[in-house]
Design a protein around this ligand. Structure first.
Ligand SMILES: O=C(O)CCC(=O)C(=O)O
Length: 294
C-alpha cells in the first residue's frame, strides 16, 4: 500500500513517524506536491532565462559543470546564479524539516544543516546518470546512520521535479533498502564505466509530477535512467548535510546573495561566517544551549 502525504506545505512541519519508518526501511520518501504550482511555474521561468552555456561557462556565480559526458546540462551553485527565484528552495517547509531531522546532527552542539551542492539539471534524449553509491562502502558524507534514537545521515538529497517524469522521461531509479546493503551490486562496474540504471534488478523508477520532491540518503544505490523521449527533464538537486560541511567543489557565495537572504536561509547557506584575523568578534558555537564560554 502506498502512503498518502498531505499536499499542503503549511501543514507539513516535518517527517511523521511513518515517514521516519519508510526512510529507515527504504532510504527514501517521495513528497507529492512539495512545490505549489506557482513555485513550479516561477522556477521553470527561471530555467527559461538560463543562457546557452558550454561546459565550464558561468552564469552569475553558477557554473555549468556536467557530472559526466552523458548527464547533460548541470548548473552548479545555482542558488547563486543571480536569479532570486531559486531562494525559496533553500528552506522550503516541504523538506527542510526532514533534512534537519535526518541529516542535521539533531540534538548536538553542531545541530543544523547546510547545502553543500545545488544543481539545476536538464536532461535530453539519450542522457542518463550512471548507477552509483550503495551502503556497502558509503563515505561518511553519504552514509546512512541511526544511533541512540537519532538519525545521523551524512547527506539528504532532495531532487525537485519541475516537469512531469513518466516512462521514457529518465526517472531517477533507486534500489530500496540499498543504503544498508553489505555487498556491492554484482551487475555494476565503477562510476567511470557509466553503467545505466535502466535494467538493474531491484531498481525502482520514481515517476513524478512537476512539484514532487524525492528525498533520499545518498548511500542508496541510485542513478538517473536513460531518457528516451524528446524534450527536457528538469530536476533541481539539493544536497543537505551537517553545518560543518563545506561546498563539495569549493564554490563560494556572493555578497549579493548573502545580503538578500533571510537570516534563516543565510544560516543554511553559510552556517558559520568566515572568521578573519584581527576580528573583534569572538566566535561561538552554533547552538547557545552548549555555550559555556563568557
Ligand atoms: O539524475 C538523476 O536522476 C540522479 C542524480 C544522481 O544520481 C545524483 O545526483 O546523485
Amino acid at each position: 500500500m502506498n502512503v498518502t502525504r498531505t499536499t499542503d506545505a503549511a501543514t507539513r512541519p516535518g517527517p511523521t513517524p511513518l515517514d521516519d519508518y519508510e526512510f529507515d526501511l527504504r532510504g527514501f520518501v517521495v513528497i507529492r506536491g512539495a512545490l505549489s504550482p506557482d513555485e513550479v511555474a516561477a522556477l521553470n521561468d527561471a530555467y527559461d532565462r538560463f543562457p546557452q552555456l558550454a561546459n565550464g561557462e558561468w552564469y552569475g556565480n553558477a557554473q555549468r559543470r556536467d557530472y559526466t559526458a552523458d548527464t547533460g546540462f548541470e548548473l552548479h551553485n545555482v542558488l547563486d546564479c543571480g536569479d532570486p527565484a531559486f531562494d525559496v528552495l533553500i528552506d522550503h517547509p516541504s523538506w527542510v524539516h526532514h533534512a534537519r531531522h535526518w541529516a542535521g546532527e539533531e540534538g548536538t552542539y553542531v545541530q543544523g544543516v547546510m547545502i553543500d551542492e545545488a544543481v539545476a539539471t536538464i536532461r535530453e534524449a539519450g542522457g542518463h546518470h550512471p548507477v552509483h553509491s550503495g551502503g556497502h562502502d558509503a563515505s561518511i558524507r553519504t552514509q546512512f546512520g541511526y544511533r541512540n534514537g537519532r538519525f545521523r545521515c551524512g547527506q539528504l538529497n532532495v531532487l525537485v521535479t519541475l516537469r512531469d517524469i513518466g516512462p521514457g522521461d529518465g526517472p531517477t531509479m533507486i534500489v530500496p533498502g540499498s543504503h544498508k546493503q553489505n555487498l556491492s551490486h554484482p551487475l555494476i562496474g565503477d562510476y567511470a564505466r557509466g553503467d545505466r540504471m535502466d535494467e538493474l534488478p531491484w531498481a525502482e523508477p520514481v515517476h513524478a509530477k512537476a512539484g514532487d520532491a524525492l528525498l533520499f540518503v545518498d548511500a542508496c544505490l541510485h542513478g538517473g535512467s536513460s531518457r528516451t523521449n524528446a524534450g527536457e527533464r528538469r530536476v533541481i538537486i539539493l544536497r543537505y548535510g551537517p553545518p560543518w560541511s563545506r561546498p563539495r567543489f569549493g564554490y563560494t557565495l556572493s555578497d549579493e546573495l548573502l545580503a538578500r537572504l533571510t537570516p534563516e536561509r543565510r544560516t543554511i547557506m553559510q552556517p558559520m561566517p568566515p572568521h578573519e584575523q584581527g576580528s573583534t568578534r569572538v566566535p561561538r558555537d552554533l547552538h547557545s544551549e552548549y555555550r559555556t564560554e563568557p
